[in-house]
Write a protein that binds this ligand. Structure first.
Ligand code: ADP
Ligand code: MG
Length: 233
């Protein structure tokens, strides 16, 4: 089991919307191996974000099981989930969610401070900012950065606690084509260098071509899961 970074078994999730119960996930079986780049594709509304939230332990399934790096986390309580999440998972969302009052450097540092206030890893935050090409922008506030730069700060923030798994939900959804391509290049390079598992929801062809695993979702289930263009060594 431990070669799987992420595994789900028969995951169900529904939302109560007024009087109506909407079934969003209808038995999802997902397997992503350690170090893989896995791309999830599928039409809007089929449950991709819902699945990512459950895998990232931001939300809980109604039933089914979830393993993270071989550990069954299905029964963890809320603090247990939060602890596991902070230790293991980095998120990049469609909208950057940077805090407007803080500099790029501070935004990258915040998850490290939350984890251990006295030992926030400023040196690594600077290293990451340099790695995403923004060392000279470290004092800029989010409003002083372009959309692409904000997302690159968000990537650095996602990596500050050295997560083994990075989840990205349409991270270039708000970017122009060029900035989007640059962000995908960066994510792929970081996967090669740091070896984290990357599970990413995207419609981007370039990303799909460079993934190890292609997952297609349709109406609450995984309708296809295949090894992709780039074989995992
Ligand atoms: P995708 O990311 O594939 O576009 P989502 O996972 O965001 O799909 O949403 C799947 C379905 O679940 C949609 O019909 C959406 O309206 C519904 N949904 C998502 N989140 C909630 C929520 N918090 N409450 C009620 N319905 C929701
Ligand atoms: Mg979505």
């Amino acid at each position: 089991m431990s070669e799987f970074a992420v595994k789900t078994e028969n995951v169900y999730k529904s939302y109560q919307s007024g009087p109506q119960k909407v079934e969003v996930l209808k038995g999802v079986n997902l397997e992503v191996r350690s170090g893989e780049v896995a791309v999830i594709m599928g039409p809007s509304g089929v449950g991709k974000s819902t699945l990512l939230h459950i895998v990232g332990m931001l939300d809980r399934s109604d039933s089914g099981r979830l393993w993270i790096r071989g550990q069954d986390v299905s029964e963890l309580d809320k603090p247990g989930m939060a602890h596991m999440r902070n230790d293991t998972i980095g998120f990049v969302f469609q909208f950057h969610h940077l805090l407007p009052e803080f500099s790029a450097l501070e935004n990258v540092l915040i998850p490290s401070m939350i984890r251990d206030e006295k030992n926030a890893d400023k040196a690594y935050a600077l290293e990451l900012l340099e790695r995403v090409g923004l060392k000279d922008r470290m004092s800029h506030k989010p409003r002083e950065l372009s959309g692409g730069e904000r997302q690159r700060v968000a990537v650095a923030r996602a990596l500050i606690n050295k997560p083994q798994i990075v989840l990205a939900d349409e991270p270039t959804g708000n970017l122009d084509k060029l900035s989007g391509e640059a962000l995908y290049h960066l994510l792929l390079e970081l996967n090669r260098e740091l070896g984290q598992t990357l599970l990413i929801v995207t419609h981007n062809e370039h990303m799909a071509e460079n993934a190890h695993r292609l997952i297609t979702m349709d109406d609450g289930i995984i309708s296809g899961q295949q090894l992709a263009g780039r074989p995992k060594s």
